[in-house]
Design a protein around this ligand. Structure first.
Ligand code: 5GP
Length: 122
């Protein structure tokens, strides 16, 4: 698919063609709850600009990438993750990316709950 038509499920969510549980929206980004949460809170933060994967970003995307990372802890806190959370970006086949529209996973359990399982063991 071309860089101008975004036929991914997240493109449809951005255009309002399929519903989502919105966490945050502005001109540049959209955040919405993951349909299959892996923790008490699990949302996805995506650019409205169509960028398939992190590996497709260029220097032109530095501002949007910075904005997304800046927003992640603000939105996490607003969603009740006041004692920490995890961010993840799956990239490409080897990263097991399923939806080819760049997204940051933000997820965690509420304060007082179980910490997430160790992800990167030695
Ligand atoms: P990936 O594996 O590409 O990093 O993550 C894709 C994520 O999108 C998965 O966690 C999956 O549950 C979520 N997802 C897939 N389809 C939909 C959908 O239609 N709505 C929402 N809200 N999340 C979706």
């Amino acid at each position: 698919q071309s860089m101008t038509t975004n036929d991914t499920i997240f493109g449809k969510i951005i255009r309002g063609e399929i519903p989502s549980k919105k966490v945050y929206e502005d001109d540049d980004v959209l955040a919405f709850h993951d349909i299959h949460p892996v923790a008490d809170v699990h949302f996805l933060l995506i650019p409205k600009k169509y960028i398939p994967t992190l590996a497709d970003t260029t220097a032109e995307d530095i501002a949007i990438l910075g904005k997304m990372l800046h927003l992640a802890p603000i939105l996490a806190r607003e969603q009740g993750l006041t004692d920490g959370f995890r961010t993840a970006i799956n990239t490409g086949r080897m990263g097991r990316q399923d939806v080819y529209h760049l997204h940051i996973h933000v997820f965690g359990n509420k304060p007082g709950g179980e910490p997430l399982k160790v992800m990167l063991g030695k």
